[in-house]
Design a protein around this ligand. Sequence first.
Ligand code: 4NP
Length: 155
Amino acid sequence: MPNILFVCLGNICRSPAAEAYFRHHVQERGLDHVFCIDSAGTGGWHAGEPADARMRSAAQKRGVDIQSQARQIASSDANADLIVVMDKANHKDVTDLPWVEPSRVRCLLEFHPETSRTDVPDPYYDGAEAFDLVLDLVDTATCALLDYLEERELV
Ligand code: 4NP
């Protein structure tokens, strides 16, 4: 069963949204039992907390439930087949971990078919538009990530 781990800094905004949207696309395609899907943060400051209320509410308006509880990435995540990070800083922090196989780490927006952005911007200190931008990027990119996995028969 492919094990996909989404990672950002705090695990309360971007990676919980990516986890929830990837799950949403997986469910829409009837692939619920195919994947093991999770998210984590490179930092542990928010461990145990639900996702940021602004992120949850923005996603809820689009019919997507974010239910994750924040946690920090740990060596128990070494079984992840693919670690999908939100930005270049996450990429460095994750590939610096001694137990991470660098070829398994990808930036989410590599899969986005249209944007010239490389990073999903951190919305934490911004307004409502920043949360909507994250959801736009994450929706399209997680759908394309699932296309990629299906096309390569990794599902
Ligand atoms: P995230 O956003 O990495 O998308 O979860 C952040 C959440 C919290 C903080 C920074 C970014 N923080 O500094 O507490």
